[in-house]
Design a protein around this ligand. Structure first.
Ligand code: OGA
Ligand code: MN
Length: 195
């Protein structure tokens, strides 16, 4: 597993799974930067039609900022290296990265969705890193990834340290109901600069 494998697989398959992308120490350090009170119920829709809708997604999120701590900055720097390499080798034109921490309480799920419908947004590449130590089969919370014909491609357990990367427009996906607390960091490489 390496940056070159990621780039090859993203170019040919549109997705890649990178196990042990973050070490146990990094995972703990990142979690320690997340203040519990900052977590808010995730919203769907755009700003004008924001709705808190637990029938679609039941996670809580907080946007990550460099000010939250050195472990967050180090994670963002690592993602920036990937961004630059995707631009250099694949001309992806990625100009920014937005990322949030997610916590699914027991029983929560996220129904099938696409992070960016063709041409409708600025999200080009999705990344999700899992932070769940000692996850076991039966714990639920798998990520199910589909193709654009809605055929299931694969399902992935949210194992600690694992990162999945996929082209945001091409892969509908869902999070199956989790049987215990499930934590992850989702990120999106963007085609425009934000802020
Ligand atoms: C998302 C998402 C998947 C996961 O946040 O958009 O689809 O496995 N997350 O957490
Ligand atoms: Mn998604």
């Amino acid at each position: 597993m390496s940056l070159n494998n990621l780039i090859d697989s993203l170019a040919t398959n549109g997705w890649y799974v990178w196990d042990d992308f973050v070490t146990p120490e990094q995972r703990q350090a990142i979690k320690d930067c997340i203040p519990d009170i900052a977590l808010k119920d995730a919203r769907i829709g755009n700003k004008a039609s924001l709705q808190g809708n637990k029938t679609i997604r039941g996670d809580q999120t907080v946007w990550l900022e460099p000010e939250m701590g050195v472990p967050i900055t180090q994670y963002m720097d690592k993602m920036d290296t990937i961004r630059e390499e995707l631009n250099r080798q694949c001309y992806m034109g990625l100009r920014d990265f937005e990322t949030h921490f997610c916590r699914y309480p027991n029983g929560a799920f996220y129904k099938k969705h696409i992070d960016n419908f063709q041409g409708q947004g600025i999200r080009k590449v999705t990344t999700v890193i899992y932070l769940n130590e000692e996850w076991q089969s039966g714990d639920g919370g798998e990520l199910v990834v589909y193709d654009l014909q809605d055929q299931e491609l694969f399902r992935l357990e949210p194992l600690a340290g694992r990162m999945i990367v996929f082209m945001s427009e091409n892969f509908p996906h869902e999070v199956l109901p989790t049987q215990k607390k499930r934590e992850s960091i989702a990120g999106w490489f963007l085609t425009e600069k934000i802020l």
